[in-house]
Design a protein around this ligand. Structure first.
Ligand SMILES: [Zn+2]
Length: 353
């Protein structure tokens, strides 16, 4: 049974009851100040009666509506579950062929400047199209229908002459934090990239595992080991850095290739780099690329992958030290506002199927 659909329903019903009880109190406040002489007293009592009736009816409507939204949420998740199995079969059969074709196309899109320019344009067009399609889901969220969606992630740990640049156990802790935050705040389940990674809304909470992580076997080139952030990272995406990242993505995250071409459920590829020349701990080019970069050696703050994934899904910095999108690194960054949840769910990386 999907926890979130039911829990959100229960929470809303509690709010309905609170609204009713507060209303009743204000009615009796009014009643206690009623005048004692007829016809004033009579009119006053009538208003009290309407007041109570109003809050009683509001509660009934509110509760009925919540049962309705919970039912729609669960029904939709049942549909998602069935379709997920169908899609998994199609992905295993067709995905191999399409991903192999896209792999060749990716070589072209990895050509510095021209190939990279085309790839960024494709990403932007995808971002716009899937955002428009996702508006229906955004509306559903606003009225309280919030079924589970999926976000695919593929982590590649680079390697220098000393070995992997980060301990995969430390990186996994960050992936786990991302999984926990997105699931609790936006009802988005983080899943690894692979054939037939079947996860339905009826699965419980996830403990993330090694299937998220790919460690490079050979030494990476310097242009991806030590990277920039901001405008210079954007510049680098057109050159050898972007080219290398793109080739690694299509090789190590092979099963995401078809989705990256169509943009529907494109996986976020996390490159764990050795360092940032700019001193950052993580970087994202927002909707322009499907990859983010992080250093994986942090031991105190576990939220960098979640934060940068937020940027890749269209979120920007906000105030409030407990918000996921707070600018300064901190392990406290775990909350998302309703608007942020809608925005994240509306990105091309977050889908039902
Ligand atoms: Zn940031």
């Amino acid at each position: 049974m999907s926890k979130q659909c039911v829990e959100w329903g229960e929470e809303t019903r509690k709010e309905c009851a609170e609204y009713r009880d507060n209303g009743y109190n204000s009615c009796s406040d009014w009643d206690s100040k009623c005048c004692g002489w007829w016809p004033c007293s009579w009119a006053c009592k009538l208003i009290t009666w309407f007041c109570v009736a109003w809050f009683w009816v509001s509660n009934v409507v509110c509760v009925a509506w919540t049962y309705f939204t919970t039912a729609v949420c669960l029904a939709w998740e049942a549909v998602v579950t069935v379709v997920t199995f169908v899609v998994a079969v199609i992905e295993v059969i067709l995905g191999t062929i399409i991903s192999a074709i896209v792999f060749i196309l990716d070589v072209i899109l990895s050509i510095p400047i021209i190939g990279r320019f085309i790839r960024e344009i494709i990403s932007l067009i995808q971002a716009i199209i899937w955002r428009i399609v996702g508006l229906i889901d955004a509306l559903a969220w606003l009225v309280g229908i919030r079924p589970e969606k999926k976000l695919r992630m593929c982590v590649i740990i680079l390697r220098d002459d000393k070995g992997p640049v980060a301990d995969s156990a430390l990186v996994l802790e960050e992936v786990q934090a991302a999984a926990d935050i997105f699931r609790s705040q936006a009802n988005v389940r983080l899943i690894p990239v692979g054939p037939a990674t079947i996860k339905t809304p009826f699965h419980g909470d996830d403990e993330v595992g090694d299937q998220f992580i790919h460690e490079m076997g050979s030494t990476s080139s310097d242009n991806i080991l030590d990277v920039n952030c901001g405008a210079s990272a954007w510049g680098d995406d057109f050159l050898l850095t972007g080219s290398n990242f793109n080739l690694l993505m299509s090789r190590f995250c092979f099963w995401g290739n078809a989705r990256r071409l169509f943009g529907y459920g494109s996986p976020i590829t996390v490159f764990v780099v050795r360092s940032f020349k700019t001193g950052h701990t993580g970087c994202s080019l927002g909707p322009l690329t499907d990859y983010i970069t992080v250093v994986g050696t942090e031991t105190t703050d576990k939220t960098t992958i979640a934060h940068e994934t937020g940027h890749a899904c269209g979120l920007w910095h906000v105030g409030g030290s407990t918000n996921l999108m707070f600018k300064t690194d901190s392990n406290l960054r775990r909350d998302m506002s309703n608007f942020q949840a809608i925005n994240l769910r509306n990105s091309r990386h977050v889908t039902y199927f």
